[in-house]
Design a protein around this ligand. Structure first.
Ligand SMILES: NC(=O)c1ccc[n+]([C@@H]2O[C@H](COP(=O)([O-])OP(=O)(O)OC[C@H]3O[C@@H](n4cnc5c(N)ncnc54)[C@H](OP(=O)(O)O)[C@@H]3O)[C@@H](O)[C@H]2O)c1
Length: 353
């Protein structure tokens, strides 16, 4: 029996995780935490707000599913890695912001870090058992979001409702807006760099609008392995919770009798500059990825509040990145300070937008 703690308990990922846990006798829900909404009775131990690591200390889980949204997920990520507790990681922002600290904590803790992001789960499965020198490059796929194919001037007046209408995935609001700006692919690029130890020039992003191919690995002999399936987060969530086994899910297998469209196209980096900005932040290293994430969180929140136009999200992040220092973080305090500074700069950029 595996004891599971769910963080981000009112969100889209955890809703789907609860379905998987209910159907799998080997998984036992022992604790759940949310940010502000009540979750009484959801699990034997619950917590609303505050430091989720206090709940984790009491619950003693075997697996932490971290599905908190944003930088707020960082303490739980570091706690699980430091304690050698298996981390099923949906909260990509924590690995983006704290990649080096997180990997050092994992080294000390010795536990598993299993990606829940569908692309990274797919890449993890393609890469499992391969030696790094056999790998040529990794390809992360993305749908392109609701605005794929539009020109920049067609994005000037788009509303939050339009940005939240994702063509292939049902997700929480922050990641859905990130998908519309392609910031999500940028965060995923940095996440992949830390998860798989590949340099940025060996990680490519391509669009695959039907979201059936989740990732692809090219090997040095010219072969490529791809991971395919209908876009449904229950597959990577179940994979992480059951690892190294595989649980049954109600997700149907691919049906070729209905036809399958597998077209690929390059992302439009001029219309959606956040992907290239994220790549640059990743390559710069230090606390640049942390600052990118912080500025993006501030800008997305302002867009969803109606305080910033869609194109202002990238402009705010770009302005912030031009001003931050980016020195490496020695510890969590340094990182929290880098996050705070970037948020302050982003808020200042918003004020003059
Ligand atoms: N949804 C997907 O399909 C998907 C796919 C891949 C990756 N992810 C990643 O998974 C994470 C969660 O995404 P989601 O779509 O499930 O988000 P969501 O539906 O917006 O849910 C977010 C959860 O985080 C909690 N939360 C927010 N602020 C918090 C804080 N300060 N402390 C503790 N908990 C807090 C919320 O609790 P309250 O409601 O109480 O505020 C809510 O339970 C994100 O990092 C996202 O990038 C999601």
């Amino acid at each position: 029996m595996k004891r599971i703690a769910l963080l981000g308990a009112t969100g889209s990922i955890v809703r789907q995780a609860l379905e998987i846990i209910a159907a799998e006798t080997e998984l036992e829900l022992v604790a759940a935490a949310s940010g502000s909404q009540a979750i009484d009775g959801l699990a034997p131990l619950t917590q609303v707000g505050g430091d989720p690591t206090e709940l984790l200390e009491r619950a003693e889980p075997d697996i932490v599913l971290n599905a908190v949204v944003g930088f707020a997920g960082l303490p739980a990520t570091l706690w699980a890695l430091e304690h050698g507790v298996t981390l099923a990681l949906a909260n990509k922002e924590s690995l983006v912001a704290a990649g080096e600290l997180a990997l050092a904590a994992q080294e000390r803790g010795g536990g598993l870090l299993l990606p829940v992001d569908s692309e990274h789960s797919a890449a993890f499965q393609c890469l499992e058992g391969r030696r790094p020198e056999q790998v040529d490059s990794l390809v992360l796929t993305g749908s392109g979001g609701p605005f794929r194919g539009r020109a920049r001037d067609e994005l000037e007046d788009v509303t939050p409702d339009e940005a939240l209408a994702h063509p292939t995935w049902q997700m929480g609001p922050k990641i859905t807006v990130d998908s519309a700006t392609l910031a999500n692919k940028g965060l995923e690029l940095i996440e992949a760099h830390f998860l798989f130890g590949l340099p940025y020039d060996r990680i490519e992003v391509v669009l695959q609008p039907t979201s059936v191919v989740h990732a692809l690995v090219r090997f040095r002999d010219g072969a490529s392995l791809a991971h395919l399936g209908y876009p449904d987060m229950r597959v990577p969530i179940a994979y992480a919770l059951a690892y190294p086994s595989r649980s049954a899910t109600t997700v149907p297998p691919l049906d070729f009798s209905q036809g399958l469209v597998l077209e690929f196209e390059p992302p439009d980096l001029e219309t959606f500059p956040l992907l290239a900005l994220a790549r640059r932040a990743g390559e710069q290293g230090g606390t640049y990825p942390c600052a990118f994430n912080a500025a993006n969180e501030v800008a997305v929140a302002a867009f969803l509040d109606g305080r910033l136009p869609f194109l202002g999200i990238a402009a705010t992040v770009e302005e912030t990145m031009a001003e931050v220092g980016g020195a490496s973080a020695r510890d969590l305090d340094d990182l929290v300070e880098a996050d705070r500074t970037a948020r302050r700069l982003a808020e200042r950029a918003l004020a003059v937008t």
